[in-house]
Design a protein around this ligand. Structure first.
Ligand code: MLT
Length: 409
């Protein structure tokens, strides 16, 4: 008889965003006239930069000519894209990252889950609370946790609480953990990490032979020049960190799909016989076996992000969403709500008014204002009493959503 992976039965109801979509769809069916504005999932709304579109159109033409046609590409990504990323995203900021250490993929969400393939099942794993739920759920699926408790925490995981008191940056743990997920600029709180904070993490990881999974999917939204964009800006990070990045939010690729993962060749972890094994080799082996690469057309589109036109067009897109974030911050502050984030990140983290629970506030906004956000408790127990509003939408919708919240809340 076929059996299932029982770990899936430990998962809380549904994955957060489909669960929100389910609730919104059921509301929309009951109220088909409601003009719903979605500021929940961080999905981009503005068109792809024209530099990317032109590059993809040219790539389609390449596929129509025998002399330029491409079949299977390298599983790690095309050299010309990896080179550009190494130069523009890393070396230009003083990070010693080589193109061969960059792996092109179809998403940071996928890679932050897939990376667990190359790690043992006996690691102690730390996540912040609140946290991007993929880090937790993929560990549950892999059998790295026990059951969920009454607080909504999985036994076996180490939760590092983040709150306004610690500027939404976790304290370095006093205990030893092996794998640590850090996300800066932070999803969901919009917080950033200073160089000193990241240095403390790198020192901790090196002292404890831990590996940091550094999710930098929102680095392009950093406006403060003193905030690091990459963990590799910190000395010693090549020995203890894997970094994940994405074209989804800076260049509008959520539907197009392109991302990257950096695994330095200097990074090792222990085999069961005590020997040190290069993680680059394992990830390369994993990708070569389970992945056939991102399409040539999409990689050409991503490459265009680094052209002069591409740079200025993606900058304009980022500025546009950050102006939305500024409007959301301002309007909600005027409405006497306590807001965080939204300065170096496209998410505004709001304290729910009058002690409402996150889901009660979600329902209230949906029913009263027809505005969708994301309940903070969906990101973990410590997110209770908070609510995330995404800046990814048209200006018109952001202004209208804020007007409704101010008029009706
Ligand atoms: C979010 O809303 O948190 C993001 O869109 C999720 C993601 O990028 O997968």
């Amino acid at each position: 008889m076929a059996t299932i992976n029982n770990n899936y039965l430990k998962l809380k109801a549904g994955y957060l965003f489909p669960e929100i979509a389910r609730r919104v769809n059921s509301f929309a069916q009951a109220h088909p006239e409601a003009p719903i504005i979605r500021l929940g999932i961080g999905d981009v709304t503005e068109p792809l930069p024209s530099a990317c579109r032109q590059a993809m159109i040219q790539a389609v033409e390449d596929m129509g000519d025998r002399s330029t046609f491409k079949g299977y590409g390298p599983e790690q990504g095309y050299e010309w894209l990896r080179e550009k990323i190494a130069i523009h995203d890393f070396q230009s900021r003083g990070c010693d990252i080589d193109a061969s250490e960059i792996f092109i993929s179809d998403g940071s969400k996928c890679d932050t889950g897939n990376i667990l393939d190359i790690f043992g099942n006996d690691n102690t794993i730390a996540v912040t609370d609140p946290v991007y739920p993929v880090y937790v759920d993929t560990n549950v699926m892999a059998g790295h946790t026990g059951d969920i408790n009454d607080k909504g925490e999985y036994t076996g995981l180490v939760y590092l609480p983040i709150s306004a008191e610690n500027n939404f940056t976790a304290q370095i743990p006093s205990q030893k953990v092996d794998l640590i997920y850090l996300c800066f600029p932070n999803n969901p709180t919009g917080a950033t990490a200073t160089k000193e904070h990241l240095t403390a993490w790198v020192e901790y990881a090196k002292a404890n032979n831990s590996i940091i999974f550094f999710d930098a999917a929102y680095e392009a939204f950093i406006t403060d020049p003193d905030i690091p964009h990459s963990i590799y800006e910190i000395e010693g990070a090549r020995e203890c960190a894997i970094e994940f990045r994405s074209f989804s939010k800076n260049a509008g690729f959520t539907g197009t799909r392109c991302a990257l993962t950096v695994v330095p060749k200097t990074l090792t972890a222990k085999a069961s016989d005590g020997s040190d094994v290069e993680l680059w080799k394992l990830w390369n082996r994993r990708q070569s076996t389970k992945f056939n690469g991102v399409s040539y057309i999409v990689q050409r589109g991503a490459e265009a992000v680094y052209s002069e036109e591409g740079k200025s067009q993606t900058r304009a897109l980022i500025n546009f969403y950050m102006e939305n974030a500024q409007i959301i911050r301002q309007e909600l502050t005027n409405a006497n709500l306590k807001v965080y984030g939204g300065v170096n990140a496209p998410y505004v983290w709001v304290q729910t008014p009058n002690g409402l629970s996150s889901w009660d506030f979600f329902d209230k906004l949906l029913h009263t204002c027809n505005v969708v956000g994301t309940p903070g408790s969906g990101f973990g127990a410590a997110g209770e009493g908070y609510f995330r509003i995404s800046a990814f939408n048209s200006r018109e919708n952001v202004l209208e959503a804020m007007k409704r919240i101010i008029d009706k809340l």
